[in-house]
Design a binder for this molecule. Sequence first.
Ligand code: HSE
Length: 398
Amino acid sequence: MHRHLKLGIFGFGIVGQGLYRVLEETRGIKAEILKICVKDKNKKRSLPAKYFTFEKEDILENPDVDVVLELIDDPEAAFEIVKTAMQKGKAVVTANKKMVADHMIELYEMQNDYNVPLLYEGACCASIPIIRNLEEYYDNDLLSAVEGIFNGSTNYILTKVFSEQKSIPEALAEAQNLGYAETDPSLDIEGFDAKYKLCIILTHAFGLFVDPSDITNIGMHKISDFDIKIARERGFKIKLVAKSRKIDDKVAAFVIPQFVSENSELYKVEREFNAVIVEGAFSEHQFFIGKGAGGYPTGSAVLSDISALTYNYKYEYKKIQQANDLNISSNIELSIYLRFNNSTSIDKKLFNSILEEYKALENQYIIGKINFGKLIESRWADDPEINIILLENNETEN
Ligand code: HSE
């Protein structure tokens, strides 16, 4: 028997408005919005004033509200809302990836302590139903890798850079206008947003709780015209990828820009689309593609979570029980392209082997194999004059 749900919404930005429209147009879900809590009293709203409140208690203390939709920007304020809502016995749906990634353990425990569901499909790759699939479809598969393009804005930017010769700042401004980028777009271009999504996926794919600060994110903000020229000459595009791969009892996980050839499924993933590749012992290779940013794609994921709550669905986190002694490791050998200028000194001894070296007046690069742990230690990723790009299909255990 499907329940009729009464919703209280926090936030009415891109995702909140997208959700409102999809809720309005869908016929199947028995749910009504009681109140929407917003911050800005002066902003003109597209709905009648009776829907809105500026007091969080109007939702959190309202016994009629049984589902709280947390769709605000600020991750710490979002966590407080989610915590209070769960303590009050309300089910919660959120699309806040940073909040979920930063507080995964507490959120997991609160679901048990208060016996209420918390769903967050919209937090990972928007319209791609990856969390539910990891939970339900791959629950007993022995997964070896989950990776792909987890950020819509950077994929949009890189598409425009490669196919329309736009500059990164110009393409970023477009992504912002289209409502894909974070309020602070450095979260997108420096790879943080993709990392938060990867952390959430690590819990559902491998049963790992990880602190986002323990996962390395190398962004795409340092890609130069020279790097783009090198990619073009070799028939590559560059994509910002998030990777997690299990090797024995360890999982290597990171975010990094990667050269992608025409043979890769990721080559044709363009604009705000995301893609997730899942590799399992039984299901083998699977490829998901869908819009990863924007009001409707994210709203559709939130809608799907609301729908799941009508039949009392909750995540079971089955992989946590199966994880045993699995943990994160940086002991993996990667083939990378390292571009730097003539005033930068690079300790070549950090490479296990060098396959190619190039030196001209302004730019130099090395293509070589390096242990990921050494790459982290080198701190090259923090140097504004150095850019790192992963080569395709070149990861082996050290
Ligand atoms: N800024 C995010 C992105 C929004 O571009 O993917 C969706 O999470």
